[in-house]
Design a protein around this ligand. Structure first.
Ligand SMILES: Cc1cc2cn([C@H]3C[C@H](O)[C@@H](CO)O3)c(=O)nc2[nH]1
Length: 219
């Protein structure tokens, strides 16, 4: 199946909660010619010159959220500024969800001090003012926290095995605040897909929306 060709190179960001179905989405579209898929650099977060900052953050969020999100912001900037290999780039999350969902949530939940929050915000504001961070479409996989929680337990990623439902509910609210209620700017149109379906129904949701996704428009 070839990709519909947009008139210029486009970047699609897949956003959603932990366990919302982003990897399934990316795996599905990675089979299409002309699409460059970039997954979240989780392995970089797990090994920063020998330090597993992801595990540190989950083990002691008050102590490590700032350091972890600071590195996440750098790795996402690195991805945004890489030369695009294909007409269509699909990336898992973005520097925007890093700030508007995860950093916001960590600050609101008291795992990040005001001083840490403003330092990350200064970096974020400077990046947006001085770097080219292009996104043409946000695909928001809107999945209920309960469904996410079940999927996380089934896939059992080591660092995530103790994630409580209320953390997923807080992250769901953070995504809703940003992408539905527009509490923060959205850098591109938002295409909302219901992520609660079972796997085979998800494929038909993806195919039903293929043309919108590959043209980078929420027609
Ligand atoms: C942009 C961004 C992605 C991201 C992921 N995570 C966590 C959630 C998952 O457990 C794991 C992989 O997505 O990393 C985070 O805490 N902060 C993040 N910020």
């Amino acid at each position: 199946m070839t990709a519909l060709h947009p008139s210029r190179s486009i970047t699609v960001a897949i956003e959603g909660n932990i366990g919302s179905g982003k990897t399934t989405f990316l795996d599905h579209f990675s089979k299409t010619k002309g699409i460059e898929v970039i997954q979240e650099p989780v392995d970089m977060w797990r090994n920063v010159r020998g330090h597993n900052t992801l595990a540190l953050m989950y083990s002691d969020p008050k102590r490590w959220s700032f350091a972890f999100q600071s590195y996440v912001q750098l790795t996402m900037l690195d991805i945004h500024t890489r030369k695009q290999k294909s007409l269509i780039r699909m990336m898992e999350r973005s520097i925007y969800s890093a700030k508007y969902c995860f950093v916001e949530n960590m600050h609101e939940s008291g795992n990040m001090t005001d001083a840490e929050y403003v330092v990350l915000t200064e970096w974020f504001d400077w990046i947006l003012a001085n770097q080219k961070v292009q996104i043409d479409l946000i695909v928001y996989l809107k999945t209920s926290p309960e469904v996410c929680h079940q999927r996380i337990k089934q896939r059992c990623r080591e660092e995530e095995k103790a994630i409580p439902l209320d953390y997923l509910q807080a992250l769901h609210s953070a995504h809703e605040d940003w992408l539905t209620h527009k509490k923060f700017p959205t850098p591109a149109p938002v295409l909302v897909l219901n992520g609660d379906h079972n796997l085979s129904d998800m494929y038909s949701v993806f195919e039903k929306n293929r043309h919108k996704i590959l043209l980078g428009q929420n027609l």
